[in-house]
Design a protein around this ligand. Sequence first.
Ligand SMILES: *Cc1c(COP(=O)(O)O)cnc(C)c1O
Length: 380
Amino acid sequence: MVDLQGQYHAIKDEVTKGMTEVLETSAYINGPQVKTFQKNLEDYLGVKHVIPCANGTDALQIAMMGLGLKPGDEVITADFTFAATVEVIALLQLTPVLVDVDPDTFNISIDAIKKAITPKTKAIVPVHLFGQCANMNEIMHIAKTNNLYVIEDNAQAIGATYTFKDGSQAKAGTIGDVASTSFFPSKNLGCYGDGGAIFTNNDDLAHTIRGIVNHGMYKRYHHDVVGVNSRLDALQAAVLNAKLPNLNQYNKARLSAAQKYDAAFKNIDSIITPVIKKNCSKTCDDCQCHVFHQYTLKIKGVDRDALVKHLNDKDIPCGVYYPIPLHSQKAYKDARYNESDFTVTNQLVKEVISLPMHTELDDEQINYITTTIIDFINQN
Ligand SMILES: *Cc1c(COP(=O)(O)O)cnc(C)c1O
């Protein structure tokens, strides 16, 4: 699904240089590499504060802790996402309210959010799934009208640009009150282990969060709030410093692979290729409105699971993200949910398939993958 070796070889010297610097200075914890990365990422995103932490799940949890959400507060998020999002909501004893998604973009449904709001609702967590921003224009409007926080789960869309209806633009993760991201190796900006970060433009919230990641300390050995220990390792920061200057180019390589897949599947009725919804008139190459963390097809009228098996037999990696709706998971079932409110997610889990997507895909590989899929579809 991902080729981390090829990418590593292209930046090996930079990585070695940065890692050696950490090793030679023994600045393993919060050293200069971490500070530099924080500053570089702030500049890249155009956000006031980046607070590095240990992983993307921590980042979400800490963002919610920073906002001071209280047990029983309702937090609306998407039914069709990775479990980390709902997990931290539940862990903090907040009440997760899972809602359906848009059938075209796979992102949280605006109508479903509106329907789910109650007097207890305190926050919305849009997940910018597979590399494309949720409908932030509407989400920010709903949040403002109903006095809700917006926490962007930006683990899958770092570097994506969102264009508002008025034409103004912002990077994914800089739009809501606070955002989280992950530097898990397979993410668009991945390190060589675990890593994550929180972003915000709010000075007070940034201050609160900087204490929370460090045991609730604002002054050494004075613990003002209950915190956690969540740090970005300096060796991982060295990797990220080597990679960040290439992020735009990495995302372009992903888009280019996506466009080649699109072209190959263009005339195949049973394959629905990813839909890009955008408010700008530029081409995607120019605006980076989708950074293709995943390239996900919908398969109609053909047995998706049989296709998965066929690809496995042909040694073509593929993934089903996600095979089970979160509202049906044992840990997150809730008697308040009605199946009729999840018709899109219930359908998507049966139809989606994600193809190999990374920065090193070549034409020969894409050709082999697409012809294998098309041959299978023509025979079934
Ligand atoms: C990867 C991911 C996370 C969690 O990130 P980790 O660094 O693995 O903890 C959270 N949300 C989404 C949508 C993700 O894809």
